[in-house]
Design a protein around this ligand. Structure first.
Ligand SMILES: Nc1nc2c(ncn2[C@@H]2O[C@H](COP(=O)(O)OP(=O)(O)OP(=O)(O)O)[C@@H](O)[C@H]2O)c(=O)[nH]1
Ligand SMILES: *[C@@H]1O[C@H](CO)[C@@H](O)[C@H](O)[C@H]1NC(C)=O
Length: 416
């Protein structure tokens, strides 16, 4: 299939010939498709956990391009820079994905590479990396007034002022930047890739296209491949063992080394503690009806601990120390834990890694309560689906002050 396709390409487009390299059969020269690179980036204010969801859309996108077998493509992962919620340094940091995730594991689902690997592979002969085609995605401006919700895309004037540098690097630029008004699913972008001969294509504002099929088997395969960096898991496991009496053998939370060997199960027990994601800061004023005050949160936690007959609660939170101390005071009859990173962990893994360690500890608890509509909480719920917990221990949240016994959160069940 690849071979046929190349023969056609070679005869029809002679100028393409020069850039073809490698072999597909040891004896036949020049029959492997050249590597093409798809890059993407996300609207700067979007948080870490929403960005993880945007990755799923593009991981699945290239997974399908490769599966269809007529294109040799790699997906370049956008480094983590200038994250809105993280403490800022003067310089953008360009943290690689490998700091937080297990790249080998991700590569078992989709051909992903770090931006620095892309630099090495591309080896520009001149100083700058010039991206062949850049599409800045944007919503149709008239979508809501016209009531026209068909799936569509078209090159239009840019809604916003655009930058000609990408990923906060001066040396990545393009001479071919277009704004693409878009409504629909990520897979629709494949027509652009197929129509083009560009070696490098960048989709900016990649959060605009939607999941093709949110929550189907492929979605979960991609999600399962996103295992965390092993050292972060190790640190979380040490904390569980030392403070929470929690170990995989005893808790029924052993996962196979390779995510491809995971199977559906619902019998994970979890460590003998309640875990809570207590999202504060912008959520307190942004969602006042659904986010409780500290005293109310403490009451709900206490009630749940009684109900579960547990003494230990682990709190993941972005609350101030003052708020956390207040919470602890209200829960003085229980053991309240929070993860405090040492200097080395903090320096190496930054705010992002520390948050992940807290997410992992939450994932392994006997019972989890999240915060209304927080993507940070959603990612913990997914992790628990993968670990094989009964749904009833996972899709729970803290209720607002005026909504006692609020509804459970939507159940996004894992599919195999
Ligand atoms: N350490 C720690 N950090 C947190 C916690 N909750 C939120 N944060 C921080 O706040 C950021 C914002 O939360 P994210 O979920 O990533 O951002 P988002 O995608 O906008 O999602 P939400 O705002 O939660 O819907 C996180 O990336 C963390 O840096 C927490 O429980 N512990
Ligand atoms: C672009 O600049 C960064 C930072 O100065 C550097 O690390 C990277 O190697 C450069 N890339 C290329 C392809 O020159």
């Amino acid at each position: 299939m690849i071979y046929n396709c190349i023969l056609i390409v070679l005869t029809l487009i002679p100028q393409f010939h020069a850039s073809l390299e490698g072999v597909c059969d040891k004896d036949v020269k020049g029959c492997e498709l050249k590597t093409r690179y798809i890059l993407y980036d996300v609207n700067p204010p979007e948080g870490f956990n929403l960005r993880r969801d945007v990755y799923l859309r593009y991981g699945i996108f290239v997974h399908k391009l490769v599966q269809n077998n007529d294109i040799n493509v790699k997906l370049v992962l956008p480094p983590w820079s200038r994250m809105f919620h993280w403490k800022r340094s003067e310089e953008p940091e360009h943290l690689p994905w490998g700091l937080f995730f297990d790249i080998d594991s991700m590569q078992k689902f989709a051909p992903v590479i770090e931006l620095y690997t892309f630099f090495n592979e591309l080896k520009p002969t001149y100083g700058d990396v010039i991206i062949d085609e850049v599409y800045i995605l944007q919503h149709y401006q008239d979508m809501f007034t016209s009531g026209n919700f068909e799936d569509k895309m078209s090159i239009e004037d840019c809604n916003e002022q655009i930058s000609t540098n990408f990923f906060h690097y001066d040396n990545i630029t393009s001479h071919n930047i277009k704004c693409l008004s878009f409504h629909g699913f990520t897979s629709q972008l494949s027509s652009l890739v197929h129509k083009s001969e560009a070696q490098t294509i960048l989709f900016d504002h990649a959060e605009v296209p939607l999941h093709d099929r949110f929550g189907d088997r492929t979605y979960w395969e991609c999600r399962r491949s996103m295992r965390f960096n092993k050292e972060l898991i190790f640190i979380a496991n040490e904390f569980r063992r030392q403070f929470l009496n929690s170990m995989d053998e005893k808790d029924g939370t052993i996962l196979p080394d390779d995510w491809r060997n995971e199977k559906l199960r619902r019998n994970a027990l979890g460590g003998p503690y309640l875990s809570v994601h207590l999202r504060r800061r912008d959520f307190v004023w942004g969602r006042p009806k659904h986010v409780p005050n500290i005293k109310n949160a403490a009451n709900q936690i206490q009630e749940k601990l009684h109900h579960l007959q547990l003494d230990n609660v682990f709190i993941a939170t972005d609350a101030s120390n003052k708020e956390y101390e207040e919470l602890k005071e209200h829960l003085s009859n229980f053991n309240v834990f929070k993860y405090n990173p040492n200097k080395e962990v903090k320096k190496k893994y930054k705010d992002g890694g520390v948050a992940i360690i807290e997410q992992i500890i939450c994932s392994y608890a006997r019972y989890f309560m999240g915060t209304y509509e927080s993507t940070f909480s959603f990612r913990i719920q997914e992790e628990r689906e993968i670990l094989g917990f009964p749904e009833s221990t996972t899709f729970n949240r803290l209720c607002g002050n005026e909504e006692p016994n609020c509804e459970k959160t939507s159940m996004w069940r894992i599919e195999y």
